[in-house]
Design a protein around this ligand. Structure first.
Ligand code: FAD
Length: 390
């Protein structure tokens, strides 16, 4: 029998092939070199100062729009994309958010619903990290219920004129292109908006106590005039943004386990060296119970993510199954991080250690891409056939 591996107690690496492992190693070592040495300082400052360089480097290692085909994208499997999300979020949820929004929301929308010209214009530069994208769905008064959005695009001759406000938009202030969802006379449509369009601005939202190493912005659109071909031609209705969100949520199912892994590892290291009452705290039964429970949820969550990834690769992943994964993995990840925090005692609240940063980041992850309650309602409806949303 192979020996027990504390990093992979269930032997889940057996599910990965050589290419999967190589991609994971590349992303892990990039994050160790480029993010981990700086992220506590970025977090404390509430800034991601090197975001443009980081985006280009992320493009260089092939993780932007990673699971899309053509147009400079890597054409990786869903499992490989998931492994990348896990490694990035083990460094910080903010970096994984940058990649999720770029690839699974902005690029995915253009790739799936865009015209050939839109794809050629934007995707290669976005895959390379030369242009950052954002995705504007949420509004100040409409979050979980985007169908009620107020942002409106009306026709003026062959042009469109876009007016409204979006809120809590990741990458907004640094984006070169925004995919904005708006109400029209034909239903909800997506628009590809160059952010230098007159009437468009994206002030940054400050004073966040979560995802501090991530740019979050308002989008203000004041009669933004767009040409006829700015609309995403291939979709009308909420199924457009919802299918993008399903793709991004899938990445979060893996990513959340990265934050959890970082906290678990910090807790084990600490428990082995910190001594109280004359011996390492890891030798106390109560600490061991915490570590065992954390490890069980961590590796169950990775197994679930892998299962969903294989279904996605086989074209058999349903939105309800993504909700299942997002609900479980983010909820368990935050529990793991909070438990790790208790193992570290007072040091658990310090930025010298990663656990409080991860735990507070996951408060955002718990809310965005569908709150816990929304995913419970999705599953509740799937099991009962009864819609409890309204
Ligand atoms: P609300 O919808 O007002 O919900 C408040 C509470 O009420 C929640 O607990 C919710 O579950 C509960 N609730 C609502 N309706 C029901 C119901 N029917 N039954 C039971 N409970 C209910 N959005 C984007 O479009 N693009 C982005 O890039 C983006 N990035 C984000 C980054 C960060 C850091 C954050 C925090 C958010 C981001 N969001 C983004 C917005 C995010 O998707 C929304 O915050 C989320 O959808 C919830 O909306 P809300 O905050 O308006 O909460």
């Amino acid at each position: 029998l192979p020996p027990f591996d504390p990093a992979d107690p269930l032997g889940l690496d057996d599910l990965l092939d050589a290419e999967d492992l190589a991609i994971r190693d590349t992303v892990r070592s990039w994050a160790a070199r480029r993010v981990l040495p700086h992220v506590a300082e970025w977090y404390e400052r509430g800034e991601l100062p090197e975001i443009r360089e980081l985006a280009r480097e992320l493009g260089g290692i092939g993780v932007l729009g990673m699971s899309l085909d053509g147009y400079g994208c890597a054409g990786a499997t869903a499992v490989q994309y998931g492994l990348a999300c896990l490694e990035l979020e083990a460094a910080d949820s903010g970096i994984r958010s940058l990649v999720s929004v770029q690839g699974s929301l902005a690029m995915y929308a253009i790739h799936r619903f865009g015209s050939e010209e839109q794809k050629r214009e934007w995707l290669p530069r976005m895959a390379a990290g030369e242009v950052i994208g954002c995705f504007g769905l949420t509004e100040p008064d409409h979050g979980s219920d985007p169908a009620s959005m107020r942002t409106y695009a009306k026709r003026d001759g062959s042009d469109w004129v876009l007016t409204g406000r979006k809120m809590w938009i990741t990458n907004g202030s640094v984006a070169g292109v925004a995919v904005v969802w708006a109400r029209t006379d034909e239903g909800i449509r997506g628009f590809v908006v160059p952010t230098d369009s007159p009437g468009f601005s994206a002030p940054e939202i400050r004073h966040k106590w979560s995802l501090r190493a991530s740019v979050t912005s308002e989008l203000v659109m004041d009669d933004v005039r767009l040409p006829a071909d700015a609309v995403l031609p291939a979709v009308t209705g909420l199924k457009g943004p919802l299918s993008c969100l399903s793709h991004a949520r899938y990445g979060i199912v893996w990513g959340a386990m990265g934050a959890a892994r970082a906290c678990f590892e910090a807790a084990v290291d600490y428990a082995k060296t910190r001594e109280q009452f004359g011996r390492p705290i890891g030798g106390f039964q109560l600490t061991q119970a915490k570590l065992a429970d954390m490890a069980v949820e961590l590796h169950k969550g990775i197994l679930l993510a892998h299962h969903l990834g294989r279904r996605m690769d086989a074209g058999r992943l349903r939105a309800e199954q993504v909700s299942f994964g997002k609900l479980n993995n983010v909820r368990e990840a935050i529990e793991i991080c909070r438990t790790a925090r208790t193992v570290l005692g007072a040091n658990g609240i310090s930025l010298e250690y990663p656990v409080m940063r991860h735990a507070t980041n996951l408060e955002s992850v718990l809310t965005y891409e569908g709150t816990v309650e929304m995913h419970q309602l999705v599953l509740g409806k799937a099991f009962t056939g009864l819609d409890a949303f309204r």
